[in-house]
Design a protein around this ligand. Structure first.
Ligand code: PLP
Length: 362
């Protein structure tokens, strides 16, 4: 399938000096580039009208299906500038596949991988100047998303959808060095239930986590860990990252993908990097009781979270209404070395032996 993108350049792009000011100290998700991608899907026509247009508001009727029935899915992927000026992204086919799985779950049409990858290339072709220099872990965060865009009220899958791509420059997750973060344990609020939509990257899952997230902020935590909705016994994931536990004997455990956890692309890559090092990785149920006992006995020596936004983040403690569980005040050795390896691959300074990097522009 080949789709031709038409390009309408923004006649009023942000002046170079203003853009450079943003790129000097980017704030996650606060400023957006000069353009966006739009591709339309209609039940009887399939995908058509692929365009790059100026960034700006979406014209939508109040009856648009997404506003009432929540058919919305999204992705998060970054563009990295390498030392030679070229622009790359990380495992875009994996993001395309995940967007397709989310689409199936949310009864939206699947964006073909070719359109997904080409949409990233098209946006970078016009907004490449927004990809920051490779210092301080700066990148351009790209947000592909899909919405039900039919104007109708009624509970059925929409017959019209739009796929769009926007992008926002981002700075380092940690300013002033990597520091272990505090995590709030959501003991009475679940994110996703069995056979629900937990595995899909859909807006409602994130809305469901905001109450616990606010509670976490009030208790000095920057992220929330969710447990399984059935029994509140097993760790699932954080609001925006997957979890890993490192044991004293060298093995690593991570909650298994059981339908309620997002298939993190960083998670998958970390598992591969650990296996490359000969580390035993267990994908299984990890209970809160096991982690409490393991931390108290010194059997669990590092805990980290991972995701596209923050790469790999050491966890310093879990806090909850029922008590706090300390991990470490310093980032663990394995956490730091995995982080260096993965960011090295992404910025082109470490060999990409799995062919994960995809060039978007020279
Ligand atoms: N879990 C959730 C709920 C997320 O939102 C994300 C981020 O997309 C992740 C995990 C990590 O996924 P990835 O590594 O693909 O960014």
């Amino acid at each position: 399938m080949s789709v031709q993108f038409s390009v309408t350049r923004n006649s009023n792009p942000l002046p170079d000096a203003a853009r450079e000011e943003i790129l000097a100290a980017p704030v996650f998700g606060a400023k957006f580039t000069d353009h966006q991608v739009v591709v339309v899907w209609e039940k009887d026509k399939g995908w058509h009208s692929a365009e790059v247009i100026p960034y700006g508001p979406i014209l939508m009727e109040p009856s648009a299906a997404v506003l009432h029935y929540g058919q919305e899915i999204f992705e998060g992927i970054k563009a990295y500038r390498h030392q030679d000026g070229s622009i790359w992204t990380f495992r875009p086919e994996a993001n395309a596949a995940r967007l397709q799985r989310s689409a199936v779950r949310m009864s939206l049409p699947e964006v073909p991988t070719e359109i997904f990858v080409e949409s990233l290339r098209q946006l970078i072709a016009v907004d490449g100047a927004w990809v920051p220099e490779p210092v301080n872990e700066k990148t351009l965060y790209i947000r592909p998303f899909e919405i039900a865009a039919e104007n109708f009220l009624g509970v059925r899958a929409a017959h019209r959808a739009e796929y769009r791509v926007i992008a926002s420059p981002v700075g380092p997750y940690f300013t002033g060095g990597i520091k272990p973060i505090s995590i709030w344990l959501a003991l009475d609020s679940a994110r996703a239930g069995k056979h629900g939509t937990g595995e899909a990257k859909t807006g409602g899952n994130y809305a469901a986590g905001l109450l616990a997230q606010s509670e976490g902020y009030e208790n000095g935590c920057s992220q929330v860990a969710f447990l399984d909705a059935d029994s509140a016994t097993y760790f699932e994931e954080l609001g925006g990252m997957n979890l890993f536990f490192v044991y004293k004997d060298g093995h690593v455990a991570t909650p298994a993908l059981d339908g309620t956890i997002l298939h993190g692309i960083t998670r998958d890559s970390v598992i591969q990097l650990l296996k490359d090092r000969g580390v035993k990785v267990e994908e299984r149920k990890v209970s809160l009781a096991e982690v409490q006992a393991g931390l108290a006995a010194g059997e669990i020596v590092e805990v980290f979270a991972c995701g596209t936004a923050a790469v790999i983040t050491p966890i310093g403690e879990f806090k909850s209404r029922k008590g706090d569980y300390a991990v470490s005040t310093e980032p663990g050795e394995l956490t730091v070395s995995l982080r260096q390896e993965l960011t090295g691959i992404q910025y082109g300074t470490v060999e990409d032996r799995h062919g994960w990097m995809y060039k978007l522009a020279d």
